[in-house]
Design a protein around this ligand. Sequence first.
Ligand SMILES: [Zn+2]
Length: 130
Amino acid sequence: MKNPSPEELFPHIKERLCKKCDAVLPVSNFGVFFHKKSGLYCFAGMCKGCAVKKSKEYAENNKERVAQNHKAHRKRSVEQLRDWYVVGQLKNRNGFTDEQIAEMGEDLLETKRTLLKIHRKLKNLKNGEK
Ligand SMILES: [Zn+2]
């Protein structure tokens, strides 16, 4: 659901002070969120510029955490044999070029995907798993 715009919610408020950079800015520079407890829409405490900066800072200060999320995302993609992963395998392991992959298209991807599945299955069997 999209939040209503600040202008719609608070037509009498034109400007707002950013708690972070102390600048008085038009309300369009502030995000609006729904405050569940009070059931009211509220302005974000900081302007959008500061919010962007903060999320960048967060990424900078939490590199490990962000990298871990990235890793987890990658792992899921690999498990699900997403297209980009299969294409990567075709290129790196089988020496296919982009042109060859494009030319053979979906058939090649599906075949490789099946091969990867079989390969995994065999590996699991070897390791004594089901
Ligand atoms: Zn600000």
